[in-house]
Design a protein around this ligand. Structure first.
Ligand SMILES: Cc1cc2nc3c(=O)[nH]c(=O)nc-3n(C[C@H](O)[C@H](O)[C@H](O)COP(=O)(O)O)c2cc1C
Length: 441
């Protein structure tokens, strides 16, 4: 075996890319028992020195990093290689009932799985020899500019994951100028979240079955400068969260202090409802909402209105008719119904029905920067994540959320460069080959 066979061709060329690591690299080679040939070492030194600094490859950091053992579960955000690494860390940090709440889908969790698995049925077409060193990933939505198309979907009760709850999430998202939507049933107040984010976030709306409460929630949002309400329409029919029920059995803590039952005891203690009379509310989700309700809501506020939970082109067309300002393709992260329809699978038919008239957001199963790229290619304006940032929050608080956002952004930028797309506009349907059968309808 020749000395150079120590590295694959790819590794060798990658190594040569990094001027910064030159000294470490040569020291590393010199220490290798297999590299004894001074001529080989000398030639490599010349080559390494000739590489411009701009060609620095992030994969080289591995040579500079201090070696240390990382067990099966990461112990710090820096240990994570991808966002999935945060899930076991969250599991370790949380009581099993709370982890069950975060993890659960419905019935057999098959729709939850389909959301992610369907991304692997879409392939990306790369283009070579395009200078994509400078790329712009900014997303424009309702006149605002965000640094990334990746945004944070509304997740309820984040106090179950970390004491700083939505405030920690808002700090991490705000620091990176990333878009965020607060849940009606968050544990942090809208006021605190806006402050932590640095600009008004959007509010997800569960209107309840009392219109007076809906009006009070609208008023609170308006007085806090909320640009858009996101009406969630996928929780009307009830659900069977088996994974939660199973993991709840492993948790022997007394839960009634926080979960006393009934709307008044449980949901009304959430800050969004403070100083609002909820005595006539009987249900947060099963409110009998119809398209007439959406019209009524539309006529009740100047805030923009998005519908979250749309999964068909027909419903998107109806939404356009009642004058909504945006569609959010979502199945609640596979936690609403076991339809086996993934959000990325139905995205093209919704985008087709909308025809570019209003923005289309999507979430569900997004775990890689390449997933973000694929959703944008199929017509999404922005791409949301739910569980991944909550894993980061549960395991490490704000730094965990920041690390999840960093990793996804880094992966997304990498694939943009490989495709030669220097802005979101250049990510188009021709950038991908979509093999999800039902997406071709
Ligand atoms: C624990 C948990 C709580 C959620 N709470 C809400 C909520 O209050 N309102 C809402 O519209 N969606 C809620 N969602 C759905 C998310 O907004 C989002 O659609 C979903 O998490 C995206 O899928 P992903 O988790 O695979 O990224 C929740 C999701 C999770 C996991």
């Amino acid at each position: 075996m020749s000395e150079l066979n120590l590295f694959s061709a790819e590794q060798t060329s990658e190594l040569l890319e990094m001027q910064d690591a030159r000294r470490n690299f040569l020291r590393f080679l010199a220490c290798s028992p297999l590299v004894s040939n001074a001529t080989t070492l000398g030639s490599l030194a010349v080559l390494v020195g000739a590489i411009p600094a701009a060609a620095l490859a992030q994969s080289y950091d591995v040579l500079r990093a201090q070696t240390r053992k990382v067990g099966d579960v990461i112990e710090s955000p820096e240990d994570a290689l991808n966002v999935m690494d945060f899930e076991p860390a969250a599991k370790k940090a949380l009581p099993s009932a709370h982890f069950g709440y975060l993890a659960t889908g419905v019935d057999g969790d098959d729709t939850l799985r389909a959301n992610h698995e369907d991304y692997s049925k879409i392939r990306i077409k790369v283009s070579r020899l395009i200078d994509a060193r400078k790329i712009d990933t900014s997303m424009h939505l309702l006149g605002a500019q965000y640094s990334s198309p990746i945004f944070l979907s509304p997740v309820s009760s984040q106090g179950a994951f970390h004491a700083e709850a939505e405030v920690a999430v808002a700090r991490a998202a705000g620091a990176k100028k990333q878009h965020m939507i607060l849940s009606t049933v968050g544990n942090s107040s809208l006021e605190d979240v806006n402050k932590a984010h640095g600009s008004p976030v959007w509010l997800q709306l569960y209107p309840t079955d009392d219109w007076k409460v809906t009006q009070a929630l609208i008023k609170r949002a308006e007085s806090n400068g909320v640009p858009a309400l996101v009406l969630t329409v996928d929780r009307q029919g009830g659900r069977n969260t088996e994974t939660l029920f199973r993991l709840r059995r492993l948790d022997d803590r007394t839960c009634v202090a926080c979960h006393a039952g009934g709307f008044a005891n449980e949901v009304s203690r959430k800050p969004m409802f403070s100083n609002i009379d909820v005595s006539h509310v009987t249900n947060l989700y099963g409110t009998g909402m119809s398209w007439d309700f959406v019209k009524k809501l539309r006529d009740s506020t100047k805030m923009k209105i998005f519908l979250k939970g749309i999964m068909t082109g027909d419903d998107a067309a109806k939404a356009l008719q009642v004058g909504v300002d945006g569609i959010f393709v979502s199945n609640h992260g596979g936690r609403a119904e076991e339809s086996l329809q993934s959000t990325i699978g139905v995205l093209p038919e919704v985008v087709k029905a909308v025809g570019g008239r209003i923005p289309v957001l999507v979430d569900g199963g997004v775990r890689r920067g390449t997933d973000v790229f694929k959703a944008l290619a199929l017509g999404a304006t922005g791409v949301g994540i739910g569980r991944p940032y909550c894993w980061g929050l549960a395991a490490f608080g704000e730094p965990g959320v920041a690390a999840v956002l960093n990793i996804l952004q880094r992966e997304f930028e990498t694939i943009m460069r490989q495709v030669g797309a220097t802005s979101l506009k250049q990510i188009t349907p021709t950038s991908v080959i979509n093999d999800i059968a039902y997406a071709k309808r």
